[in-house]
Design a protein around this ligand. Structure first.
Ligand code: ZN
Length: 138
């Protein structure tokens, strides 16, 4: 039996929007928490297999710009934390060559590892600020 999105929306508990962030961190649908969000590491499903929420909520091509920005911020903050820890631990003779090599590797790997989480979190944030509408369901 197919779940009707509108009836699911009515049955949603209070505070669910914030709970969506936790669901997103588990790569689950930020709306119902049960459907899987991704088909593979780099491919998002078109819609939730349980509640039928479409994951592409924006009509414009730049809908995922927020996810890319979030991914960029996480990568930069992670680098800043690593850099600060290494500088504090090794001052006054920081290993600059190692810092550069590790920094380059970290800047390449972190966005890849965080990619699906950035999209999931962006969708959850979007659901907090833009309530679901009947049109959001397939
Ligand atoms: Zn769902």
């Amino acid at each position: 039996m197919r779940t009707d999105g509108a009836s699911t929306a009515k049955g949603r508990r209070a505070g669910g929007a914030w709970r969506g962030l936790l669901y997103a961190l588990r790569l689950r649908c930020p709306y119902c928490g049960r459907g899987r969000l991704t088909r593979s590491w780099f491919v998002l499903r078109e819609a939730c297999e349980v509640c039928r929420l479409r994951f592409e909520r924006g009509e414009q091509d730049d809908y995922w710009l927020g996810a890319y920005t979030l991914n960029f911020i996480v990568t930069e903050v992670f680098f800043a934390l690593i850099l600060t820890a290494v500088l504090v631990a090794t001052w006054p003779n920081p290993p600059w060559t190692a810092i550069i090599v590790v920094g380059v590797v970290q800047m390449c790997v972190t966005p890849i590892l965080f990619y699906p989480y950035a999209k999931a979190l962006w969708l959850a944030i979007d659901l907090i600020f833009r309530r679901v509408q009947p049109d959001d369901f397939r």
